[in-house]
Structure formats: structure tokens, C-alpha cells
Design a protein around this ligand. Structure first.
Ligand code: SF4
Length: 442
């Protein structure tokens, strides 16, 4: 296509903020824009209009989103806002009254309608401008696969259900088709995401769909099994600790999907979990972790926790530290409680002062760091398969089954000549740091 032709085509600039779920929304919008013949511009100057996909999860994300909108307005002037912050239209419009339109999260049609209104689509779009797997923002070799939207829980610290509504699962046939397209396009790792992966299909009453000519239930176990047949790495994220999660562990033990479970536990005190409206029973959780490990010794368990939740006492916080010692989780993230506007937990008595929340977060991280580091050191001398994210000269950065992109550690591989981005490599671990491993190909 000549530059002259490109110049005549309506051009959209895109700013994508937020979590992997928002990233998938961005990819859908970009795919649709390209399908309709719009050009996507990486700069404000070349664009006729800017779409900003925002995050509104915590106050800092709201600030970042409002700043991004302000920058797009200053640089370009024509801005459409979508995403989580779009659910709070008044916040956007109060700060930036000149935006052209504000649409909520996961609402492709509304964004496209706003774009059409302010920048009519080209008359003769070529469908083949879009590759079959759509437009992706991740490297070529891994991709997020979103299986549902929204959530049926009402955790008191979270406003996602208010912003995104109740659980709405995608039909399993659609999810599998997308997964197959991604694999055909060269993806070697699929990261399954949603707000609540273990609830997949509940809203559809586990309806039977079809994949590859055979009936298949819209349910996590069946989905994981079918994805495991595609011959790529499959990693499960945001798995709420329901009992039926136990059903996917055998698939991990049989190497059908990666032995990796990202299961947000949030706390270990029964009283705090109740205040959070989380269902887990700490004793049960420990038993289940032991059972998962006995069925699949290779399993990496990742979790996230909140400290300084309203009413959390020193004793309850210490109970959480004891839990960490006992659970020996491999990867752990920790947030100091953030009173997100609109969250029910803000009305609970005895809020923990901000300084104490931060202190507890630091103590938590220090405590867990020792556990994670010891676990990593035990891997020195072992042989691992890594997926290489970047290769430069002799040095590569890759990830093992224990490392999800962006949130976990990496494996630094030296002597990686002849290897390329997206290759799998067998390596021997030579050293370990606090979060990362060091290795050489074997
Ligand atoms: S399960 Fe996750 S998304 Fe749903 S309400 Fe709880 S924290 Fe929010």
C-alpha cells in the first residue's frame, strides 16, 4: 500500500492502559478498527482521533488514566475514552469535559459507534487487512485468552462487578476457535484470563458446545483439557479457590497444561476473609495445597494477598505470615489495602492507617522473599524448559513453567547462540537470585 493511500485513510491512535483483561479488550478494538479499514497510528500527530482504554481499579490507576486522557487531549484534541474508568463517566467528564465520548469496559460496539460518529469509516475496507488471529499487543509467541467477563462474587474490596457486571462466559466453541487461530499464527503459550477463571460456564449452566466436531461442556476442566490438546503451553490465571479447581491438577500432572496455578487467596484469617466476603477456609486451603503438591510435585502456586484490610489486627496479620511459612507458596504478590472509591469495605470499622498498611506490606514481602528465594535456590542444577522472550546475541531472557510474563521472575540464559525469540530451549539452572534464575542451554 503506498503512503499516499495510507494518508487518505482515517487514522486512529490508541492508548492501552490497565491489566491483561483490558489488554484483550484493546486487541479486540484494534482488530475491529483494522477490519473496517482504519489505519492505526503509533503517534498522536498522525492520528485523526485517539482512543484511550482506561483502568479504574485503584485510585492510582484512575489518576494514570485521567493523565493519559489529558495528554491525548493536549497532543491531539479528539479523544474517545473507553475501559473501566469509562464506567464512571462523571469522573472522566468532570476532569476532561471536552472528550468526544465515554464508553464502559468490554463494550466493543459502543466504542466502534463512537469512532464511526466522529471519524467515519473508509468506504471500501479490505477484510484481508487483518490477519486471521486479529491484532495483538503481546509478543508473537504468547497471547492472553479471555474466557469470560464480569464476576458473580462481591468481594468487599473490589468494584469490578459494579463496573463489569455479573459473569458472562464466552461459549467454549468460540474460545477454542480463537485459541486455535492464535496457535496457527505462531503462539506458543496461551494465558487463560478472566475475572474468575474457575467459574467459567456457571452462567451458561455448563452448556454443551462443540469443538472439532465433538461435544464439550463449557467448564474449566473441559476447557483446560481441550486447550491442552493444542500442543502449546497453557497457563491458568485468576483461579478462585473453589473445590472443583482440584479437577485440573491431574491435567497438570499429566503435562497437558502447565503446572502453574494463579490462585488469589487474599488472606489467611478466617475473620478477615469473611469481612472480604471470600469463601475460603484457611485449614482447608492448606490441605488442598498439600494435596495439589502430592498429585503434581512440579506445581508452581502463585497467589496475591491484601494486608491492612479494615479491622486487621496485628495478630491477624501475623496469622497471615504463619500461613505463608506453612504454605510455602512459590510466587506471591501483596497489596496494601487501597480504599477504592465505591468499595463496600471502606465502610467497615477500624480502618488501618496508611503507614501501618505499608509497613505490613513491607514485612509481608520480606517474610515471603526468604521463602521464594529458598525455593528458587533448590532449582539450581535442575533442567528446565524455557520459552525465550528475547534473544540478543548470546544472551536470552526466557520463562520456565513457573514464570508468567510480567508478574513473575525470568530465566537469564547465557550462551544462547542460534536461538531466537519464541523458541523453547532446554537449559540447566546454574544460579538463582531472589526472583530470577540463571541458566545455560544443554
Ligand atoms: S472474585 Fe475477583 S473480580 Fe470478583 S469480586 Fe472478587 S476480587 Fe472482584
Amino acid at each position: 500500500m503506498s503512503n499516499q493511500t495510507v494518508d487518505k485513510l482515517p487514522t486512529v491512535g490508541f492508548v492501552s492502559l490497565g491489566c491483561p483483561k483490558a489488554l484483550v479488550d484493546s486487541e479486540r478494538i484494534l482488530t475491529e478498527l483494522r477490519a473496517e479499514g482504519y489505519v492505526i497510528s503509533p503517534t498522536y500527530d498522525d492520528a485523526d482521533i485517539i482512543v484511550v482504554n482506561t483502568c479504574g481499579f485503584i485510585d492510582e490507576a484512575v489518576e494514570e488514566s485521567l493523565d493519559a486522557i489529558g495528554e491525548a487531549l493536549a497532543e491531539n484534541g479528539k479523544v474517545i475514552v473507553t475501559g473501566c474508568l469509562g464506567a464512571k463517566k462523571n469522573v472522566v467528564v468532570d476532569e476532561h469535559p471536552s472528550v468526544l465520548a465515554v464508553t464502559g469496559p468490554h463494550d466493543l460496539e459502543a466504542v466502534m459507534a463512537a469512532v464511526h460518529k466522529h471519524l467515519p469509516k473508509p468506504h471500501d475496507p479490505f477484510a484481508d487487512l487483518v490477519p486471521p488471529h486479529g491484532i495483538r499487543l503481546t509478543p508473537k509467541h504468547y497471547a492472553y485468552l479471555k474466557i469470560s467477563e464480569g464476576c458473580n462474587h462481591r468481594c468487599t474490596f473490589c468494584i469490578i462487578p459494579a463496573m463489569r457486571g455479573n459473569l458472562a462466559s464466552r461459549p467454549i466453541g468460540d474460545v477454542m476457535q480463537e485459541a486455535q487461530r492464535l496457535v496457527d499464527a505462531g503462539v506458543r503459550e496461551l494465558l487463560v484470563i478472566s475475572q474468575d477463571t474457575s467459574a467459567y460456564g456457571v452462567d451458561l449452566r455448563y452448556r454443551t458446545g462443540f469443538w472439532g466436531g465433538r461435544p464439550i461442556k463449557t467448564r474449566l476442566k473441559e476447557l483446560a483439557g481441550a486447550l491442552g490438546e493444542l500442543g502449546v503451553w497453557v497457563r491458568l490465571h485468576y483461579v478462585y479457590p473453589y473445590p472443583h479447581v482440584d479437577d485440573v491438577i491431574p491435567l497438570m500432572a499429566e503435562n497437558k497444561i502447565l503446572p502453574y496455578l494463579d490462585v488469589p487467596l487474599q488472606h489467611a484469617s478466617q475473620r478477615i476473609l469473611k469481612l472480604m466476603k471470600r469463601p475460603a477456609e484457611t485449614d482447608n486451603t492448606l490441605k488442598r495445597i498439600q494435596s495439589w503438591r502430592s498429585q503434581c510435585p512440579e506445581i508452581t502456586i502463585r497467589s496475591t494477598f491484601i494486608v491492612g484490610f479494615p479491622g486487621e489486627t496485628e495478630a491477624e496479620f501475623e496469622q497471615l505470615l504463619d500461613f505463608l511459612t506453612e504454605a510455602q507458596l512459590d510466587r506471591v504478590g501483596c497489596f496494601a489495602y487501597s480504599p477504592v472509591e465505591g468499595a463496600a469495605a471502606n465502610n467497615l470499622p477500624d480502618p488501618v492507617p496508611e503507614q501501618l498498611r505499608e509497613e505490613r506490606r513491607a514485612r509481608f514481602m520480606e517474610h515471603q522473599q526468604c521463602i521464594s528465594a529458598k525455593k528458587l535456590h533448590r532449582k539450581v542444577g535442575s533442567v528446565q524448559t524455557v520459552l525465550l522472550d528475547t534473544v540478543e546475541n548470546e544472551n536470552a531472557i526466557g520463562r520456565s513453567s513457573a514464570d508468567a510474563p510480567d508478574i513473575d521472575g525470568v530465566v537469564h540464559v547465557s550462551g544462547a547462540s542460534g536461538l531466537r525469540d519464541g523458541d523453547f530451549a532446554r537449559v540447566r539452572v546454574t544460579d538463582a537470585g531472589e526472583y530470577d534464575l540463571f541458566a545455560r542451554p544443554i
